[in-house]
Each structure stands twice: as C-alpha cells, then as structure tokens.
Unconditional design. Sequence first.
Length: 454
Amino acid sequence: MGEDGERPEVSRFREFLRIRSISGEGPKGVYQTAVDWLTRYVDDLLHLSWETVSPCKGKPILIVKWPGSEPSLPSVVLNSHYDVVPAMQEHWTVDAFAAEKTEEGRIYGRGAQDMKCVCIQYLEAIRRLIERRWQPRRTVYLTFVPDEELGGTEGMGVFLETPQFAALQPIGIALDEGLANPSNAYTVFYGERTPWWLLVKAEGPTGHGSRFIEGTAMAKLVDVCNKALEFRRAQRAELGHSGGCSHAAAKTLGDVTTLNLTMLRGGVTLDGGATYSLNVIPTEAQAGFDVRICARTPPSEFRALIDDWCRAEGVSWSFAPWTTPLHDHYLTSIDRDVNPWWGMFLDAMAHGGVPVEPEIFPAATDSRFLRRIGVAALGFSPMRRTPVLLHEHDEWLHEDVFLEGIDVYERLVEALAGAPRLRTEAAEGGPAEGAAGAAEAPAEGGEAGAGAEL
Ligand SMILES: CSCC[C@H](NC=O)C(=O)O
Ligand SMILES: [Zn+2]
Ligand SMILES: [Zn+2]
C-alpha cells in the first residue's frame, strides 16, 4: 500500500495525470517530460528495453519491447497516446491537473479516461505478468505516441514511416483506445466512422449593402449550410432520441453520420477584425464542417451529396489541408473465422465473465492508421459502469474501475501474447491460409471490409 492506504498503481496513475501533456499548448518540452516519466517507470518497474524516436521535433514516440520466446511470430502492439486535450479550468470544479481523488474513489483529471488510464494499465499489467514470471510467446510492444488529439499526423502518422515502426512488423494484433460504458459491459471498437473535415468556399460580387445584390458569397454559403443542416436533421432523426447512448436505443452514434458546422468566416473587416464594414458585400465566405461518415455509407455516397450541394450554388469545397488524408473506411473483421484475434479477444473477456459490446467508434483514433496498412486493431479502454467523459469538464475515473482494467489487460495480454501460431499466419517462409488482420480497405465508395458485420 502507498500513502493513505492507496494502491501504488493508483498513485502512479495520479502522478502521470499531473503531467500537463496537452497537445498543441502544453508547457514547452512537456511531451518529453511525459516520455521521461514513462521511461523511468519502465526502467524502475519493468526492466525492459525501450527506445524513443522523434520523426517530428519535440514529439517523441516511446517504444518498449518485451521479447517473446518465439520472436518470429507476429507481435502484439499495445498502443496509447500520452497527449491530452486542453481543460477549460474555469468550468472544472477541481484542478484539472491535480489528480484529486474523492473519498469515494473518483480520480479527477484531464486524461483520466482519455487515455492516461490505459497507458498505466498496460504497464501495470505487464509488471504483474513479469513479477509472476509469465513469459510471452510473441513479442509485445508498447507504443506511447503524441498528438493523437490533433489527428495523429505528427504522431502515429509519421511513426508509420520510421524504421522503428518497421521493426514491430509483422504485427498480429494492436490494441488502442476505446470509450467508457455506463452499463455493466465493456465496449470494444472494430472500426471508426471516417472523419471528413471540409471547407466550403463561396465567392460572389461586391456592392453596397443597401441594394439587392444577387448571388453573393454569403447567400450561396448559407444555402449550402442549410442543405448540410437538413442532412444533419435527418441523421439525427435516424439515431432516435437516445442522443447516441448505446443502451437506450438500437442505434449508436457509430451507426449514423454526423455533420456539424464548426466554422463560419466572412465579412469585410476593419481595425484588424475588431469591426466590420457591414454595408459592403463581401466577395468571399467560408464554412468548415466536421463530418463523421458511418461505416454503412460509402464515402463516395457522401461525396456525391456535398458535390451536389456545392454545384447547385456554384461554390467549391475541399478537405481541410492540415488533416491526414485518410478518407476511406478501414475496419477490422469481427468474424472469428476470418480474424482469430477477435475470437481470442472475446474468449479472454468471457473468461473474466464480463459482457462485451462490439461497436463502431464515433470519433477517430490512431487505430485508423494501423487498420489502413492492414493491421487488425481493436479499440478498447476497460471502463465499465462509467459515464463517457472524454474531452468533458470534470473528467474522472473511479480507482476501482482503473484497477479492474489492469486485471483485464493481464488476462488479455496472456491470451494474445501467449497465442501460438495461427492458421492465418504463415510459417516461416511458408504461405498463410488467409490474412487475419484488418479487412481489406475498401476502394473509395466500396463496401466495408470482408467479414465485418455492420
Ligand atoms: C480528423 S482526426 C481527429 C482525431 C480526433 N481524435 C480524438 O478526439 C477526433 O476528432 O476524432
Ligand atoms: Zn484518446
Ligand atoms: Zn481524445
């Protein structure tokens, strides 16, 4: 027991929460602080080898290696991101980076659910397995990446291009983050809705604001926005009144397409943007949308819609240039016959007696980079009986749920890293019966991958 009778695992989790590793705006060098903290942890408690790689300056990726007894077998990758989204401190009832714990056992902090809990749970599960002298058959790699919250381009995205990533290959299965589940079950994600961040740009004539000028940039843009919002209303209706809570309705957020107007810009500005010339018709206006295309809708179908909306108004649209161009669906098969890892995952969970609900992740995680290159990836954060609080004010996780998650990973790592060669895996030099991993990425507009039940 640690201080105040607290379990040392919990104390370490709280310590990690105090590092302000906010993507984009943390204190200078804080990413390195987080990685240094993790490497000390590995040195002191796991005694495993590790290395860091920084394809983007100041954005280190930490790779920890636990060698398997049969290193030629495809590896098991446990991925987590150590960056967190900012906290609006004025809306929190506690300090977002103090990792306070209530008497009842709730641990408050930015990253408590997303996903510093998982970073520590992986480490603690492996610490326990090492302590009880369990040896993995397959090599296990822990990867800790930055910048997931910014889209992963300068984190997992660039990591894929490095020799350090090549060294993890072939990968059998990768685990990455999921979401809390308020019910008694865990949720596991085998795919994600595909994020499209769009910019619509309208142009038109100028003139005096007192006249009827036709075809203005603003009017055209508003027409496109109205069509987009109409589409949004229809999708909202399809979801029903549950608001995406997976337990009150048959449909979850992952089953419909969301669209939100998240940026509007226009107007002739004065004084560096402090005021506007409201009597001058602006010649340009822009809107930005966050769209998440559900797995049932081929991206080409959505593309046709937005093309229509824009063509009708004579305006243009483009993908936001700062996002990673992953615009297709990538799914991991949940057919045991196609993907034996799925069966192993389910069996290990069933062994623990906890129900599992497979779903499509409503947002985007680093899993999509892995699925895109054919790696089977499951999004899983072992948090049940817990409200979904990622990115919210007063994010918390109960210490008992955190501790239970370590037990879960212990079981999972034993099952996955202890797995003998699968029939879908080639013997050295020989052919395999078929790829186990992610279903083939469908061509633009194609169906969801083979074996994936939607
Ligand atoms: C377009 S990539 C964005 C990634 C981000 N991930 C977590 O919130 C998300 O908004 O889903
Ligand atoms: Zn996350
Ligand atoms: Zn997040």
